[in-house]
Design a protein around this ligand. Sequence first.
Ligand code: HXC
Length: 510
Amino acid sequence: MKDILQQLEDRRDEARQGGGERRVAAQHAKGKLSARERIELLLDAGSFEEFDMFVTHRCTDFGMERQKVPGDGVITGWGTINGRQVYVFSQDFTVLGGSLSETHAQKICKVMDMAMQNGAPIIGMNDSGGARIQEGVASLAGYAEVFKRNVLASGVVPQISMIMGPCAGGAVYSPAMTDFIFMVRDSSYMFVTGPDVVKTVTNEVVTAEELGGASTHVKKSSVADGAFENDVAAITEVRRLFDFLPMDNRAKPPRRPFFDSPDRIEPSLDTLVPDNPNQPYDMKELIGKIADEGDFFEIQEEFARNILTGFIRLEGSTVGVVANQPMVLAGCLDIDSSRKAARFVRFCDAFEIPILTLVDVPGFLPGVTQEYGGVIKHGAKLLFAYGEATVPKVTLITRKAYGGAYVVMASKHLRGDFNYAWPTAEVAVMGAKGAAEIMYRGDAGDAEKMAAHVAAYEVNFANPFKAAERGFVDEVIMPSSTRKRVCRAFASLRGKQLSNPWKKHDNIPL
Ligand code: HXC
C-alpha cells in the first residue's frame, strides 16, 4: 500500500515539474511566473482542485512519443476567489511552448463545460505558441472545440482571459471571444501572425511589441481591456474585478459589506461644473464621489478616453458605470467611444448588472474621418445596446445633453428608469450659439441681434426644465445629494422585471 501511495506522489511530482527546471528558470528570467505559481496566486490559498494532471498527448509523429509531459502543457481545475467558485486553466509555456494539442484542448473544454453547467465564471491564463505544430489538423480541431465553447458560454458565465506570454494564431481567437482580456506589459503579445510573416506579406517592418504588445492593444486596437506591469499585478487586479462579477446569468451581482453611508452628502459636487460651459471638469471625480468607498474598476481606461466605463458598488452591490468624460474631446461620442460603451452596456445587461449613466455630451464628433469610418453604424451600436437593455438604468445629466447623443445616453425614451438632471443641465438639440446661427442666418452680421437670439435660446433650452416639463427628466436634483438619490433609485429597482419581445436573437449593427 505504501508503495502505491508513493507512486501517486511520484507521479504528481513529475507532473508538477512541467517542462523541467531549466525551462522554468528561463520563464522566471523573463519576469514571468510559472503556470502553477499563477494559479496559486489567483486562487484562495489551498482552494485549488486540479483535473487531468496525468493526461498526455497521443501524437506519435515527429518523435513526439518521446516528448510526453503529464498534464500536456495546461493546468486545469477549479478553486475560489474570496470564497466564490471559479474554473481556471493556465497554460504552461515550459511544455512545448504551451502549444495546444488535441488533449490540451480537451482539458480546457472540460473545465469550460463544467463552468457552464455549474454556473461559475472561467478564467484562462494564456501563454501559448498556438496550435501544436506536430499535431497538424488535430490541434486545429482542438482550437475549434474551445472556440465553440467560448461562443456558447458567452452571456452564460463571465469569461476572463489573461494574456501572459506570446499568443499567436488560434491562441488569440479564443480570448477574443471572452468578456475581458488583460495583458502583461513587456511579456505578452497577441497577433494573428507575427512580425516575420507580416514582413513577408506586407513588407512592413515591425517589432513584436509594436505589432501586438500591451500598449498597442489597450490604446490602439482596443482588443485588450487593461494592461498591468507584471504577472502579480495582473492577477491581483483580476481578483479585484472578479469580486464585482456575478457567478452566471441567472445570479444577481454579488453584494458585500460596505463601509460608506448611502446618505453621504458631497457639498463639493455643487461646484463641480464650471460656470463656463466650454471648460472641462473631471467626470472621474463624480464617479469616485458616488461610489462606495470611492472604488472604481475601470475597463478600457486607455482607449477612447472621451467615455469612461467600469464597475462601482452602491450599498455593496455592483453597478456598471458609463460616463462621458468632458476632459477628452469635450466628451463627445465618436466611433471608438460608441463601440467601447456599447460592448460594456451589453455585458452589464447580459449579466443583470444595473447601469448608471452620467451624461455630459455635446453630440457626435463631426467630420470626414468619422463618416468614412462608419460613425452612423458604430454610434447605432450604443443606441441599440441601451435600447435593448432591460437591467435597471439610472441616468444623470450633469451638463450638456445635446442632439442624438442625448437620446443615445440612456434617455427616458430608451426606457431609462430614473432620469435625473442637475440644475446645470442643458437638454437641447445643440448649443445655443450653434442653434442661433442656423435659425437666424440672416442676422449673422449683426452681433447685437445674434447675442439676443443666443440668450433667448439659452433661456429656453440651456437648462433641464423644458425636458422636466415633459417628464423626460424625472427630477432635477441637488448635485451634493447625488449619491443618496442614485442609491435610493437603484434600491427601488431591485425587483425590476422587464423583457423584450421574443426573438431568436437581435441584429445589432456590427
Ligand atoms: C509546438 C512549440 C510551438 C508550437 C513553441 N513551441 N511554439 N511547439 N508547437 N506552436 C516550442 C518550441 O519548439 C520550444 O521548444 C518551446 O516551445 C519554446 O519556444 P521558443 O521558440 O524557444 O520560445 P520563444 O523564443 O520565447 O518564442 C515563442 C514563440 C515561438 C514566439 C511562441 O515559439 C513561435 O513563434 N512559435 C510558433 C508560433 C506559431 O506559428 N504557432 C502556430 C500558430 S497557427 P523547446 O523544446 O526548444 O523548449 C495557429 C492556428 C490556429 O495557432 C488556428 C485555429 C483556427
